[in-house]
Design a protein around this ligand. Structure first.
Ligand SMILES: C[S@@+](CC[C@H](N)C(=O)[O-])C[C@H]1O[C@@H](n2cnc3c(N)ncnc32)[C@H](O)[C@@H]1O
Length: 250
């Protein structure tokens, strides 16, 4: 569905039908998806170029598209290493076909609702040195984790494996400031048609995911407001009902 919002071709009829239902309830979802990819790009560039991070764990990778994490990080340092994790087997197949064969990347098919299956995975430990800073990314994925699966515990399990100076970057849908009911209607489609329901969380609930981290400037903000490439372009930020932030482990 996300690939369809982004204008990609790697989707099936069943994805397109459900995505069209979401778009008729909330046409802005297409903008959300594009703004989310743009945030991912700015955040990874910040992490590689300014925070000096050379190791990335991207949880809930999605299908490869333009501006993948390793491409952005390796533009700063070609030796940067990235482990991609997704529970969708199609993501693994596409990623394996497209990833460079130079040993700097790996893809793991695993479900983050069972974080131990990821944290103990040999491919994770083959690429990532946990005695050096790591950036863990949860981009547009934690809203697919219902409270019963403890998204806070999942984020904390990764945090506890990393050293101070490591980073957490995430984006998460929230209830819009001007509540038109569109976000709830879109979430309803996920409940009925998708593999995971979508959970809208409040800014306070999303902020709590950064427990143990100091948010870097500008804090937890709407996607277009996070260090925009062109300042002043973030006018309609609140209509993009997804919050984003980057934190540094204390
Ligand atoms: C909206 S896409 C986000 C893709 C990418 N992170 C981005 O921001 O562009 C969400 C991805 O999370 C994956 N996902 C959803 N639930 C997951 C889970 N429990 N474990 C691992 N991956 C999951 C989906 O398969 C999908 O590829």
């Amino acid at each position: 569905m996300y690939d369809y919002y982004l204008g990609g071709k790697d989707n099936f009829a069943v994805d397109r039908e459900a995505a069209e239902q979401v778009l008729s309830a909330a046409p802005e979802v297409r903008i959300l998806a594009k703004e989310n990819r743009a945030f991912l790009g700015r955040a990874v560039r910040f992490l590689a170029a300014e925070a000096g991070i050379r190791q990335f764990v991207d949880v809930g990778t999605g299908l490869p598209t333009q501006g993948n994490v390793h491409e952005i990080a390796q533009a700063v340092d070609p030796s940067a290493r990235v482990v991609y994790i997704d529970n969708d087997p199609i993501v693994r197949v596409h990623a394996k076909a497209l990833l460079p064969s130079d040993g700097t990347t790996a893809v793991i098919e695993a479900d983050m609702r069972d974080p131990e299956s990821i944290l103990k995975h040999p491919d994770l430990h083959r690429l990532i040195r946990f005695d050096e800073p790591v950036a863990v990314l949860f981009m547009s994925v934690l809203h697919f984790i219902a409270d019963e699966y403890d998204p806070y515990g999942i984020v904390a399990a990764f945090r506890d494996l990393t050293v101070p100076g490591s980073h957490l970057a995430l984006s998460h849908i929230t209830s819009p400031a001007q509540n038109t009911g569109a976000a709830e209607a879109a979430a309803d489609v996920y409940k009925n048609r998708a593999t995971s329901p979508a959970v809208l969380r409040s800014p306070k609930e999303i902020q709590a995911l950064f427990d143990g981290y100091d948010l870097v400037e500008p804090g937890l903000v709407y996607l277009p407001q996070w260090r925009p490439d062109t300042p002043g372009t973030a006018r309609d930020a609140e209509s993009v009902w997804m919050l984003s932030g980057v934190g540094r482990k204390i």
